[in-house]
Design a protein around this ligand. Structure first.
Ligand code: AMP
Length: 249
């Protein structure tokens, strides 16, 4: 059982993004970049399956610039066996990412893809679903628990009315939710070991896939400042303000 884990390099979740002066996007120059947190959860889950003896190999794949190498090394320090960087100059949209991932997944003859439910930069929450459609594989999104048994994968998903359990035949695509696990920290010996693990670089253009952008970003703006709240002294005053100022009752 070979597991592919797609990982994206995004602005670190502790950094407050700044909109570029020309409003074409957010500033990434000189900004701390990290592995997308949901992808770290996906790596952890794949490594746990390998540690249980249920997977033979975990391969992490990133589509992006050469600067994505550190996040691939980080994933290998967590336990992934090897990495593939599909190198692109510009950011690629979910449709293009899914098509490039499909090419790698078929080339690798993988049986399972575990990936983040969304990347925290664009919050698209689309790539896993598009990838499953492109591959024509079953998908289970927002997984909070995963178990392999009898050549199938069982996935629990938290939904409004409780927990839904799905059983999928393999190969399949699973996207990870926050509660799936708590990713481990890479230890120093494993960080050193990861430096010697294989990292293959493939030029995206060599895969014969059309990943040209379809979307135009019209404008990126800062969210409007939230107004300061006020403290009311009684329920009567609250109702009065809701009626006369907020005009919501
Ligand atoms: P998104 O649909 O952009 O919110 O991303 C969902 C998931 O798709 C992420 O958590 C990653 O696992 C994967 N993904 C998105 N973009 C990339 C990329 N450039 N390289 C590798 N994986 C990606």
């Amino acid at each position: 059982m070979k597991i592919i884990v797609p990982v994206k390099r995004v602005i670190d979740y502790n950094v407050k993004p700044r909109v570029k002066a020309d409003q074409t996007g957010v500033e990434t120059q000189g900004v701390k970049m990290s592995i997308n947190p949901f992808d770290e959860i996906a790596v952890e889950e794949a490594v746990r399956l390998k540690e249980k003896g249920q997977a033979s190999e975990v391969v992490v794949v990133s589509i992006g610039p050469a600067e994505s190498q550190p996040i691939l090394r980080n994933a290998m320090a967590m336990g992934a066996d090897r990495a593939v960087l599909v190198q692109t100059q510009d950011a690629v949209e979910p449709l293009g990412v899914a098509k490039l991932l499909k090419a790698i997944i078929l080339k690798e003859a993988a049986n399972l893809v575990i990936m983040g439910k969304q990347a925290i930069d664009d919050d698209m929450n689309a790539t896993g679903q598009i990838l499953a459609a492109q591959l024509d594989w079953p998908q289970a999104t927002f997984a909070s628990q995963v178990a392999l048994a009898d050549g199938k994968i069982e996935v629990s998903r938290e939904i409004d009315s409780g927990t839904e359990r799905l059983r999928l035949s393999l190969p399949a695509v699973v996207t990870a939710d926050l509660r799936l696990n708590e990713p481990r920290y890479a230890t120093m010996p494993n960080i050193m070991k990861a430096k010697r693990k294989p990292l293959e670089t493939i030029e995206a253009a060599s895969l014969g896939v059309d990943f040209a952008p379809r979307l135009d970003i019209v404008k990126v703006v800062e969210p409007t400042e939230r107004q300061a709240g006020i403290i009311v002294s009684s329920v009567e005053e609250l109702v009065e303000k809701l009626r006369t100022e907020a005009k919501v009752v």
